[in-house]
Design a protein around this ligand. Structure first.
Ligand SMILES: [Zn+2]
Length: 134
């Protein structure tokens, strides 16, 4: 990932920051500059919105084969999480027995190391999901 893109996306990556339409109240993640429902009526009314850090597993997949970058992680679970705010967020499930993952499982977002791009002197952090009781 480029350094510019990394910094541009950092607020959403660290804090699950989306946007809320000041016209209709819909919440979006990732952030949007206009509401696709309200269009012109949402101009200038999109507000930064911090998602709640709890949700449930909407669906998931266990990855058994991975790219070289993620080879040391496998097998691992990638899930779509229905956040308590209603939006879907994709992320890795960690600190969980893969046999125990199930649809509807309560989870919470945590900040974890995503990757090490030491060739450009950055270590990336971002959100992952753990079972709610961890
Ligand atoms: Zn709207």
């Amino acid at each position: 990932m480029s350094v510019a893109r990394h910094w541009r996306e950092t607020p959403g990556r660290y804090n699950l920051v989306g946007t809320k339409c000041g016209n209709c109240g819909r919440i979006y993640f990732p952030r949007r500059s206009i509401c696709p429902e309200c269009r012109r009526a949402s101009f200038g009314k999109m507000e930064q919105y911090m998602l709640k850090d709890h949700g449930t597993v909407f669906t998931y997949s266990v990855v058994h084969e991975a790219s070289a970058d993620n080879n040391n992680l496998k097998p691992y679970a990638i899930a779509m999480i229905r956040m308590d705010d209603g939006v879907l967020v994709t992320g890795q499930l960690v600190d969980v027995d893969l046999d125990k993952v199930e649809i509807g499982m309560p989870v919470r977002a945590v900040l974890r190391k995503l990757g090490d791009e030491s060739h450009i002197a950055t270590i990336n952090y971002g959100y992952k999901f753990v079972p709610k009781d961890k």
